[in-house]
Design a protein around this ligand. Structure first.
Ligand code: SAH
Ligand code: SF4
Ligand code: F3S
Length: 438
C-alpha cells in the first residue's frame, strides 16, 4: 500500500483544505503515514500571511526536497497560499518539485494527481479564478473524531491593506446553504460533537449572491443540525450585525464566543488598514454583544507596528485592550507583504520598536487574561474533553468560550464528551481544576 503525508501550515481554512487533500489521496488508494519519511507522496499545504510563516515553510520544503535524493520516486506537491503566491518561481528553482496547486484547485487534486501519475509532466495550476467549483463531492479525512471544520465561503473581498489573503484566495464564493446544512447533519450523524463554520469574513456570507443577513439565517438553521457545539470564525467588525448577535443569543448550540479582530485601537491606523470601522464602532459592537449575552467570550487579533503607528497610536491599542478586556488575543508584528498597499506606505516602523510594542501589548493582555481566569476559580465549567495533555495523567478540553481547561483524569474520556470541571487554579493561558459529578 502506498503512503501519504500532509504537512499543514496556516489557518483553519488551510486545515479544512488539508482534509480534502487527504480525502482525495485515500480515494486514490493511499493511506496515511505516521512518519513523512515513509511516505510515497508528500503534500506541503502552505501559508504566506507573514514572512515568518514563509521562512518556516521554505525550510521544510528544503528538507523534503532533500528526501528525494535518496528516494527519487517520492512525489512532492506544494499547495496552499504560498504555492499560489510563489509557485511558479519555486517550481523553476526546484526541479524536484512535482506538482504545484494554487488555492482554487483543492477539489481537483485527485484528477490532477492521476494525470501526473500517468504522464509525469510537471505542472503548476495557479489560475486563481479558474479552478474550484467550491463544492466537493469526495470524502474528507478529518483530523479530529469529534470536532469538524466546515468552510461556508472561500476567498476574501476586503483587501485590508496589510493582508495578502485576498490575493492568494481570490474573491468571495459562498457555498450553498443546503450543502452546508447537509454537511453539518452528516457530521452530527457521524458522531461529531462540534463544528466550526469557517470564512475569512463570515458576516459576508451570501453577499456574493446578493443576499442580506444570510449568515444570521444560516446560524439559525445550523443550530438545528444536531450538533452540541457550533462555532464560527472570523467575524468582521465592519459587517457583523445585530441579527448575528441575536441569532447566537437565541440559539441552543452556538457557542457564546465571538472572535472579532480589532487589529488596532487608533482610528487613523484603522483607516489606513482599510478596516472600515472606527474604535467607537468597535466598542459599540462589544457593548451590544455584552448586552445580549453578558457571559460572551470575546477574542481578537491585533497587529503592532503597522506603518504610521506612533507611540500615541500604539497607546490607543493598549487602551482598547484594557477597555474591552478580551478573553484572549492573538498578537502579531506587522509583516510587510509584497504587492499589498501597506508594504509601500511611509512610516514603516523599525523592527526593534515593533518587538518592544508586541511585548508591551502581550504584558497588558496577559494581565487581563489572568484576571479573567482568576475570576473563574470556584466555578464549575462545562468542558468538552479534547485529549490527554502533555503532562501525564492530565486531560485537557475547552469551554464554550474556547478557554483551555486541564484536570486530572479520573476515568477514560471519550473525546468530545462534556465534563464538569470545578476550577481550582488560574494561569494566564489556561485554568486547572477537578472533575465533579454532574
Ligand atoms: N480573515 C481573518 C483572518 C486573517 S489572517 C480576519 O480578517 O480576521 C489572521 C490574522 O493575521 C489577521 O487577523 C491579522 O491580525 C494577521 N495578519 C494578517 N496579515 C498580516 C501581516 N501582513 N502582518 C502581520 N499580521 C497579519
Ligand atoms: Fe485579510 Fe482583511 Fe480579508 Fe481578513 S478580512 S483575510 S485581514 S483582507
Ligand atoms: Fe490562511 Fe495563511 Fe492562507 S492564514 S488563508 S493559510 S495565507
Amino acid at each position: 500500500m502506498k503512503g501519504y503525508f500532509v504537512f499543514n501550515f496556516g489557518c483553519q481554512m488551510n486545515e479544512a483544505d488539508a482534509e480534502r487533500y487527504a480525502g482525495q489521496l485515500e480515494e486514490l488508494g493511499y493511506s496515511a503515514c505516521a512518519d513523512h519519511r515513509d511516505a510515497d507522496i508528500i503534500v506541503l499545504n502552505t501559508c504566506c500571511v507573514r514572512e515568518s510563516a514563509e521562512k518556516r515553510i521554505l525550510g521544510k520544503l528544503g528538507e523534503v526536497l532533500g528526501l528525494k535524493k535518496t528516494k527519487p520516486e517520492l512525489l512532492l506537491c506544494l499547495t496552499g497560499c504560498l504555492a499560489q503566491k510563489e509557485g511558479e518561481r519555486l517550481q523553476k528553482r526546484f526541479p524536484r518539485l512535482d506538482l504545484v496547486l494554487g488555492t482554487a484547485y483543492v477539489s481537483q487534486f485527485k484528477k490532477i494527481l492521476s494525470d501526473y501519475l500517468a504522464d509525469r509532466r510537471r505542472s503548476a495550476y495557479l489560475d486563481i479564478a479558474g479552478g474550484d467549483a467550491d463544492e466537493f463531492a469526495g470524502a474528507k479525512v478529518r483530523q479530529s473524531a469529534y470536532s469538524a471544520w466546515v468552510p461556508i465561503m472561500y476567498g476574501c473581498n476586503n483587501f485590508c491593506t496589510y493582508c495578502i489573503v485576498p490575493y492568494v484566495r481570490g474573491r468571495e464564493r459562498s457555498r450553498s446553504e443546503e450543502a452546508i446544512i447537509a454537511e453539518l447533519t452528516a457530521a452530527a450523524a457521524a458522531g461529531y460533537k462540534e463544528v466550526t463554520l469557517l470564512g475569512q469574513n463570515v458576516d459576508s456570507y451570501g453577499k456574493d449572491r446578493g443576499e442580506k443577513e444570510a449568515f444570521a439565517r444560516l446560524l439559525r438553521r445550523a443550530d438545528e443540525a444536531g450538533l452540541e457545539r457550533l462555532r464560527f470564525m472570523t467575524s468582521h467588525p465592519r459587517d457583523m450585525t445585530e441579527a448575528v448577535i441575536e441569532a447566537v443569543a437565541e440559539s441552543k448550540h452556538i457557542c457564546r464566543h465571538f472572535h472579532l479582530p480589532c487589529q488596532a485601537g487608533n482610528n487613523e491606523i484603522l483607516r489606513r488598514m482599510n478596516r472600515g470601522y472606527t474604535r467607537e464602532r468597535y466598542l459599540e459592537l462589544v457593548t451590544s454583544i455584552r448586552k445580549h449575552i453578558p457571559e460572551a467570550a470575546i477574542t481578537t487579533d491585533i497587529i503592532v507596528g503597522f506603518p504610521g503607528e506612533d507611540e500615541a497610536a500604539f497607546d490607543d491599542t493598549l487602551s482598547l485592550v484594557r477597555e474591552v478586556a478580551f478573553d484572549s488575543a492573538f498578537t502579531f508584528i506587522y509583516s510587510p507583504r509584497g504587492g499589498t498597499p501597506a508594504a509601500v506606505m511611509p512610516g514603516q516602523v523599525p523592527a526593534e520598536i515593533k518587538k518592544e510594542r508586541l511585548q508591551k501589548l502581550m504584558d497588558v493582555q496577559n494581565a487581563v487574561s489572568l484576571a479573567k481566569n482568576k475570576a473563574l476559580v470556584g466555578q464549575v465549567l462545562a468542558v468538552m474533553a479534547d485529549g490527554p495533555s502533555k503532562q501525564p495523567g492530565i486531560y485537557s478540553g475547552r469551554t464554550e468560550g474556547g478557554k483551555l481547561v486541564l484536570w486530572p483524569a479520573l476515568r477514560p474520556y471519550r473525546p468530545g464528551e462534556t465534563v464538569q470541571v470545578a476550577v481550582t487554579e488560574a494561569q494566564t493561558w489556561q485554568v486547572k481544576g477537578q472533575e465533579v459529578a454532574r
